[in-house]
Design a protein around this ligand. Structure first.
Ligand code: ZN
Length: 750
């Protein structure tokens, strides 16, 4: 299955960045349907076409026949022997057309690309040569060892020992909403289809949640706000530290004058992470210092990473990966070690990992330009550096058991090999990495760390196929059938129905607030009669939430977990969003009768459990599967999708569905990124051919989280893959991105 997707990707990559603005021109001439014969290689395709739709739509139709993307198509009128353009009169041109793929035309050029490959071998040789020369030069330029290097490391070697203090660790844990992060970690795994994660997988997922939480809970400070009035301040230089500041390691104290009042504010640069747990602010030094304490407090093997060009971050050893992982708390980014060199354009020299059990040169993890890095390493020669690091490490490990020593040495050796092999690897070297995001823009620009493009994204244009865990979304929608049916049967007026749903929502909100492992709610006496009356119709919804309800001896009604707690965590917010949507639709319903029990009020036969592939996504908060997770707050975000992008949903088990309707919801913010024009297609032959199911132009979402329903007018076509091609967003001038809150596909009931 993977193979099929892969095969198509080079072709579709093109879409990601090259789909020209497709302007659906409503031609001034009257509608004419014409039959064209399109010759391509040895085949001829018959195309019936409504000429008022314009050339671009014509090209899309040809695309679905030939798989040659519109922007690679060159159409030539056989009689006129002229290339068709947007201005060509489709009514008047000859019916015989010749199609040339620009790609095929350029095949000669690919020979030139082979030369490029050869060149990259040459490049490698040149790099090795440069590396040798730099090493040779270093022998003359750098001192053997004057103690400077060790002196620079010494304060950090002492610093990391603070993370081992049980009191500091305990204080750190107390500030973390542990159960909330545990729940988020488990839900994130469940969303990936992992409902029974191992301990190592859970640890990994928890660490990511800890990083995201930390990023939200810590504040970045350039010039601190005024202590008196909270307004902006400017630097007045340094001051002598007070004893109360020195107590927490703040030997440096910056002074700031207020622009609006006479108060002078102090910004002590605390070294003691215990104090940082309280102040929760600073620059990268404070961020990494405090975050590394958090990592140790939760038992992760951690290092403080010191970049001699003035940045600090964290690494943790993850059992699930069997290696050290880069974590930058300021940026909320993990496992993107080339962030600094490729993203921020940093000229790295020394990057040293400092842990309680040793120091280690990890520079090679963070560069693909080692030969350049070496030319900047002039504090100490390489052999002397190794000796210094080995000595410090030996000191750190004094008194360790021989068993522990051998474990550490094995790990060191494994890492050394990993760093060597990553150095010349070309993987993700070309992935676009963003510039620095922490700190204000001026400050970042002064450090030349903005990178080449502020808007560029962490994730390039490569997305893997992702399984869609969304069966619960369908089950929740289905569970509204018995509820709404009972309302209709008992002839509830609209207002009464809304009132009951609001009560139900209150119950679900209570459930969501309660601790996830022991989630329960008791329905008070006011709502009891209501619950008893409607209980039979609520059962399906409770089932969909992995919960059950029963009356206790006093006649109160208890709802509690009836299965996997994580499944409930996953489903509850979906049910709440679905309830809101239903209430909204009910309010908009003119006359609430049996005929109302259809879309958009009742969403039956939602297609689920497929797999998703998009040509771009923003990790982690704009991942493609978010389009199908039934949650309002999550979204699919395509960083380069404004001028064209696509997302495909492949049905599981190759079941064929007739798409009768679909819904698209706008995302939480940035209306300019809303989709405006799109095409929906289905395929039933392994994506060789695409059948046009629907097309929409000039769609405007009036509000955030607005869900629009579209019925398919072309009937009877069965597909097992659906493709949305978004041609343009609401305002392509102001954004490169496309985003949407959700897509739901509905099939004809079988
Ligand atoms: Zn002030």
């Amino acid at each position: 299955m993977l193979g099929d997707w892969e095969k198509e990707r080079p072709l579709l990559y093109f879409w990601g960045f090259a789909v020209a603005e497709i302007i659906i021109r409503v031609a001034k001439q009257k509608m004419v349907t014409r039959s064209f014969q399109v010759h391509h290689n040895d085949s001829t395709y018959g195309v019936d076409y409504d000429t008022t739709d314009g050339l671009e739509v014509f090209k899309i139709q040809i695309f679905s026949l030939t798989s040659i993307p519109p922007d690679e198509q060159k159409l030539i009128g056989v009689d006129e022997n002229r290339v068709l353009s947007d201005d060509s009169d489709l009514v008047a041109i000859s019916e015989k057309l010749r199609l040339v793929s620009i790609n095929e035309e350029q095949q000669e050029k690919s020979t030139a690309e082979n030369d490029e490959l050869l060149k990259s071998d040459e490049e490698l040789a040149r790099m090795l040569q440069a590396e040798e020369e730099a090493l040779l030069f270093q022998q003359y330029a750098a001192p053997e060892d004057n103690g400077k290097f060790e002196a620079r490391l010494a304060p950090y070697v002492r610093q990391v020992l603070m993370y081992e203090d049980p009191q500091r660790q305990e204080a750190a844990r107390k500030t973390v909403p542990i159960e909330e992060l545990e729940e988020k970690a488990l839900v994130s795994l469940a969303k990936e289809g992992n409902s029974t994660p191992s301990k190592n997988e859970q640890d990994h997922a928890f660490l990511l949640q800890l990083l995201f939480w930390f990023k939200q809970s810590f504040r970045w400070v350039n010039a601190p706000p005024c202590d008196g009035c909270g307004k902006e301040t400017i630097s007045h230089g340094m001051a002598v530290a007070l004893p109360s500041e020195i107590q927490y390691g703040a030997s440096r104290v910056e002074i700031y004058g207020c622009n609006s009042c006479p108060i002078v504010s102090r910004f002590p640069r605390y070294d003691d992470p215990l104090k940082l747990l309280e102040t929760r602010r600073g620059r990268c030094g404070e961020w990494a210092n405090c975050f590394t304490l958090y990592c140790r407090a939760f038992g992760y093997e951690s290092r403080l990473i010191l970049d001699f060009t003035d940045h600090v971050w964290t690494e943790c050893f993850l059992q699930s990966l069997g290696r050290w992982m880069h974590l930058d708390p300021c940026e909320g980014v993990c496992d993107k070690p080339l962030l600094y060199e490729s993203g921020w354009n940093k000229k790295l020299n020394y990057v040293i990992g400092i842990a309680k059990d040793g120091v280690c040169d990890v520079t090679k993890r963070y560069t693909r330009k080692w030969h350049e890095v070496i030319s900047r390493r002039n504090i100490i020669t390489e052999p002397a550096l190794s000796a210094v690091l080995a000595n410090v490490t030996k000191d750190c490990r004094r008194g360790f058991t021989s068993q522990l020593l051998s474990v550490l040495e094995d790990r060191d050796e494994k890492e050394r090999q990993e760093l060597e092999s990553s150095l010349h690897s070309t993987d993700n070297a070309s992935t676009s990495l963003p510039g620095r995001r922490s700190g204000d823009k001026e400050w970042r620009q002064s450090r030349l760390e903005c990178g080449s493009d502020e808007s560029c994204s962490l994730s390039g244009s490569s997305c893997p196929v992702r399984a869609c865990v969304d069966k619960h979304v369908t089950e929740i929608h289905n569970a509204f059938l018995p509820i709404l049916s009972q309302f209709v049967k008992e002839e509830f007026p609209k207002s009464r129905a809304v009132e009951v749903l609001e009560t139900l929502k209150g119950i679900l909100v209570d459930l969501k607030k309660s601790p996830f492992k022991t989630r329960r709610a008791t329905i008070d006496s006011i709502n009891q009669s209501l619950v008893h009356q409607l209980l039979p119709s609520f059962t399906e919804l409770l089932n969909a939430l992995s919960m059950s309800g029963k009356a206790d001896a006093d006649g109160r009604f208890d709802i509690s977990l009836a299965g996997n707690a994580v499944k409930t965590s996953l489903a509850l917010p979906v049910a709440l969003d679905a309830l809101d949507d239903t209430i909204n639709n009910l309010n908009n319903c003119d006359n609430f009768i049996e005929d109302s029990l259809c879309l958009p009020l009742l969403k039956l036969n939602r297609i689920h459990s497929g797999s998703v592939l998009a040509n771009g996504e923003e990790i982690p908060f704009g991942i493609a599967t978010s389009a199908f997770d039934g949650l309002r707050t999550s979204k699919w975000e395509e960083p380069n999708g404004a001028r064209g992008c696509w997302i495909k949903y492949k049905v599981s088990d190759n079941l064929m569905h007739e798409l009768v309707a679909y819904e698209i919801m706008s995302a939480n913010d940035a209306p300019e990124r809303d989709p405006k024009d799109w095409v929906v297609e289905g395929s039933n032959d392994g994506e060789s051919n695409w059948h046009l199911l629907d097309k929409q132009t000039s769609q405007i979402f009036d509000s955030r989280f607005q869900r629009k329903t579209f019925k398919i007018s072309c009937q009877g076509f069965l597909s097992n893959v659906f493709r949305f091609r978004f041609l343009t967003v609401r305002d392509v001038q102001s954004t490169s991105r496309l985003q949407l809150g959700s897509i739901d596909l509905y099939s004809r009931s079988s």
